[in-house]
Design a binder for this molecule. Sequence first.
Ligand code: ATP
Length: 259
Amino acid sequence: MSPLLSIENISKGFSSAGRQIIALDNVSLTIAAGETLGLVGGSGSGKSTLSRILLRLVSCDAGSIRFDGEDWLRLKGAALRRKRARMQMVFQDPLAAFNPLATVGTVLDDPLRIHGIVARDRRPGEIAMLLERVGLTADHANRPVRALSGGQRQRVAIARAIATRPSLLVLDEAVSALDVTVRGRILELLVDLQKQQGIACLFISHDLAVVRAVSHRVAVMDGGRMVEIGPAAAIVAAPQSAAARALVAAVPCLVTDPS
Ligand SMILES: Nc1ncnc2c1ncn2[C@@H]1O[C@H](COP(=O)(O)OP(=O)(O)OP(=O)(O)O)[C@@H](O)[C@H]1O
């Protein structure tokens, strides 16, 4: 079976202050339906540039992307808008994406309306179902976004992302700003969604411990190149590249012996 997402030989350069920066150099990866792929790498390794190209926010210089059976980078207009419902994103700071004065209900109603997911009279029920799906209650629909905690806002961001029934979620540093307990609960929610609904995830983070907690496979980037890709447990147990070894070494060891 062909993968849900196939990124092939993507390259991207930027010129900055007269200097040419190679942000991505021939990067390839695949994600199967229902699979979570963790993408890790140090600062400046090219993770965000790759996610921006995938989300069609910036163009690439070379390479191709197939998503859900389509030549993704060539889709335009109505065909692109339709297909966008199938690839949704969750960023680090959900407040930046939401109008803070809007209620949670409005935030969730927008994608249902724009993508025509359910008829108008069924939307309040769908919103209640989405809120429950992410561990909130139907009452949250009436609250303004600004009245929510960071963890609750990130749950709303996830509810919004799954509202259009996507086959792929792209999560870029989606839990990095949350405190450690809230982060753990959001990671559990993501694993649950992946298991219950078979949603595939591209989970991008600089933190290997976080990536390891949710990913089937891990891809490691360094200096714009893909240096290692394989089962998450194998990469953590026996990293092959210098970049992966550095990321493993950066994970705090939780087993201590103070005596
Ligand atoms: N718009 C831009 N103009 C110039 N250079 C850029 C631009 N966007 C990214 N870069 C450069 O491309 C390289 C990759 O950056 P990118 O943001 O993709 O890395 P990253 O792995 O996401 O890093 P971080 O974890 O710090 O966000 C870096 O050298 C960065 O400075």
